[in-house]
Design a binder for this molecule. Structure first.
Ligand code: 5FU
Length: 259
């Protein structure tokens, strides 16, 4: 099954071009670390990425928390992505009717479709949300990571909801980069990426419901790309910490593919 397959082999079977690129970058840079840059200043984000860019395969943003968001920031972000060879994930968690999501994706202040390689999406509203993203015209390749589970305490996602989410994704193989989840929700398509947030070495949770696992644990649970936010971003030396997470994660993955 996919847990024993190396990333370069999985790239070969990905039907979504972003999943293919992501697996290829991971294999080339030998990193499955995604940094979540949850900072509110564009300068802070760019400075942080200058330091950690070479150690990550993916950069996850929440652009709506940036107080000085501007098009120059987007240009610089794209330049860093090219310089360090990482992809951009906007963690927008779309959750509305298709027509609204199509507008939220391509219009407004952020024009997410113009720069994000992939976005996160809730399955809650039904298939229309995927239909909308699939048909929104965009000059670039795009991908969707569907929320099949969440890391937060007391979240209302049930096993049936998770299963129905996996079934929904099967109808859009070219659009789907993968799933955001805590466990291996499917083994059917090794070309899909399992992205797992809620990882930190320091502590088991925060005081607003976030639950953390260790890097080793989430890789065992099927994570392909692992999201670390405050574990790196709020540390004294983000670069040292990024290298630490990268090394533990890569070692855990290497152990996994050995069987
Ligand atoms: F879908 C999810 C989820 O289930 N849990 C999450 O924590 C997304 N996240 C995001 O990952 C969340 O919005 C943060 O941006 C990030 C985790 O940040 P942390 O600082 O590592 O807790």
């Amino acid at each position: 099954n996919r847990l024993n397959m190396p990333y370069e082999k999985r790239a070969e079977v990905s039907r979504n071009s972003i999943a293919k690129q992501l697996f290829t970058i991971m294999a080339t840079k030998k990193t499955n670390l995604c940094i979540s840059v949850d900072l509110t200043s564009s300068i802070q984000i760019l400075n942080l990425l200058e330091k950690v860019g070479e150690h990550v395969c993916l950069v996850k943003t929440h652009v709506d928390i940036i107080e000085d968001f501007n098009t120059n920031f987007v240009e610089q972000l794209k330049q860093l992505a090219t310089k360090f060879n990482f992809l951009l994930l906007e963690d927008r968690k779309f959750a509305d009717i298709g027509n609204t999501v199509s507008l939220q994706y391509s219009k407004g202040v952020y024009k997410i479709s113009e720069w994000a390689d992939c976005v996160t999406v809730h399955s809650l509203p039904g298939e229309g949300i995927l239909k909308a993203l699939n048909s929104t015209s965009s000059d670039k390749n795009k991908g969707v990571l569907l929320l099949a589970e969440m890391s937060s305490e007391g979240n209302l996602i049930t096993p049936d909801y998770t299963k129905a989410t996996v079934r929904m994704a099967e109808k859009y193989p070219q659009l789907m980069t993968g799933f955001v989840c805590q466990n291996a929700v499917t083994f059917d398509d090794p070309g899909l990426v399992q992205l797992t947030p809620g990882v930190q070495l320091e502590k088991p949770k925060d005081n607003l419901g976030q639950v953390y696992n260790t890097p080793e644990k989430v890789i065992e649970n099927g994570a392909d790309v692992v999201v670390v936010g405050r574990g790196i971003v709020a540390s004294k030396n983000p670069e040292t910490e990024a290298v630490l997470y990268k090394n533990i994660l890569w070692k855990s993955y290497s152990k996994r593919i050995m069987g």
